[in-house]
Design a protein around this ligand. Structure first.
Ligand code: XLS
Ligand code: NI
Ligand code: NI
Length: 441
């Protein structure tokens, strides 16, 4: 495929195609066939797979104990603009070769932050216009943009919840520029991940005041973007801890309560991440079901954490059982509200070959494809839906139905119970349901 940049970074690797599960070509999709129809839509439309700029083209594998191991050839130029252009060339080459339609970014993934706000603004403008050309040449779209309001030391006490107004104001400026960049690149959504919105110690924290500030901040960010004509959805990405001990956007239920409290529920939905669910001691399917029940299942960050020690390891998804249960919720909800599946995941520190990033994304896409196909069968040809429905049959008619429609008082329940037979136990059939999932994997 024709590329704008002249240099090829992923040498020797061609476009990745669907070859089916009989293929032994490691650089081919075995299950993800973009054009295959599942439940009335192509897989491409269901998933809207996106590549995360930060993990794939910025993070080089450093950890608290050692430096990066992946020396990216596009990081060679010392001039920030040249380096950013080289990185964009590599990114678009990769996304195009994968055959994915989308990417996601933080402002300063695209280009190194400047020494002043003005310098950052100029840098962003230049790289955004370069990326815009690359989008036009390749057809690659922006799923969402966001701002990194957590890495710079000025944000050590948060951004919108910082106790110092000057920091809040600086965060506002940064988010205005990130919104401008997102709109210029026709971003379909905009994400707020809490970053350092939370606290380390209650001793120095006025929690109520910080939450009020966050509500007010999000409202004016929304107002600004809407005034500029942004039609997309704003997403909040819940995470319970890390980097702060207490993050305000703990989980889906907490965020939904917050959105309603600050009257943001009409413009904001949720971007849910697998290993954030794990960190919150939930399953991803739980988080998705909570969001779906409020019509707020917006977008997904796909990855997996470490199930043994709980660490937020951002590994690529490969747990078929987990993703299949997530896809059950996904299909039942009618898919995502405006978002897609962003691989917020990184290859391991000892994955140092140029093809490792391809294997990682192929595996992730194949996991979702298999899971989606299994979930569709479970919903349509297995007894799963009927079993679940039958559990609630006592509410479908008679007094149960009266209760649901608000016709019974607590005294009515008392009278009914007084004159009823002893209760017979009704099995939850959990093992049988688990076997059904297994059967269709
Ligand atoms: C961090 C988050 C982050 C967001 C975007 O844990 O997952 O990567 O997705 O700021
Ligand atoms: Ni995360
Ligand atoms: Ni994320």
């Amino acid at each position: 495929m024709a590329l704008l940049g002249t240099k090829e970074y992923y040498k020797g690797i061609g476009d990745i195609h669907f070859e089916g599960k009989g293929s032994d070509n490691p650089l081919a999709f075995k299950y993800y066939d973009p054009e295959q129809l599942v439940a009335g839509k192509t897989m491409r439309e269901h998933f809207k797979f996106a590549v995360a700029y930060w993990h794939s083209f910025c993070g080089q594998g450093s950890d608290p104990f050692g430096a990066g191991t992946q020396s990216f050839p596009w990081d060679v130029p010392s001039d920030p603009l040249e380096a950013a252009k080289a990185k964009a060339d590599a990114a678009f080459e990769f996304i195009t070769k994968m055959g994915f339609d989308y990417f996601c970014f933080h402002d300063f993934d695209l280009i190194q932050e400047g020494a002043s706000l003005k310098e950052s603004e100029d840098r962003l403008k230049t790289i955004v216009s370069y990326i815009k050309e690359k989008q036009q040449a390749s057809g690659v779209k922006l799923l969402w943009g966001t701002a990194n309001c957590f890495s710079n030391p000025r944000y050590m006490n948060g951004a919108a919840t910082n106790p110092n107004f000057n920091v809040l104001s600086r965060a506002g400026a940064q988010i205005k520029l990130a919104l401008d960049a997102t709109m210029e690149l026709k971003g379909e959504n905009y994400v707020f991940w809490g970053g350092r919105e939370g606290y380390m110690s209650l001793l120095n924290t006025d929690m109520k005041r910080e939450l009020d500030h966050m509500g007010q901040f999000l409202a004016i960010a929304r107002d600004y973007a809407r005034k500029q004509g942004f039609k997309g959805t704003f997403f909040i990405e819940p995470k319970p801890m890390e980097p702060m001990k207490h993050q305000y956007d703990f989980d889906a239920a907490t965020v939904i309560g917050f959105l309603h409290q600050y009257d943001l529920q009409d413009d904001f939905k949720l971007n849910l991440e697998f290993n954030h669910a794990t960190l919150a001691n939930h399953t991803m399917q739980h988080e998705m079901a909570v969001a779906a029940s409020h019509n707020m299942l917006g977008s997904l960050d796909a990855n997996r954490g470490d199930y043994q020690n709980g660490w937020d390891t951002d590994q690529f998804p490969n747990n078929l059982y987990e993703v299949t249960e997530a896809m059950l919720v996904f299909l039942k909800a009618g898919g995502l509200q405006g978002g897609g599946i962003n691989f917020d995941a990184k290859i391991r520190r000892n994955s140092t070959d140029i093809d490792d990033l391809f294997h990682a994304h192929i595996g992730g896409a194949d996991t979702f494809a298999r899971a989606l196909m299994a979930a569709e069968k479970i919903l349509t040809i297995s007894p799963y839906s009927q079993l679940q429905k039958d559990r609630y049959a006592s509410f479908d008619a008679g007094k149960g139905k009266d209760f649901e429609s608000g016709k019974l008082s607590l005294e009515d329940l008392y009278q009914l119970a007084l004159h009823s037979d002893e209760i017979t136990l009704q099995s939850g059939k959990q093992e049988m349901l688990e076997n059904i999932i297994n059967q269709y994997l």
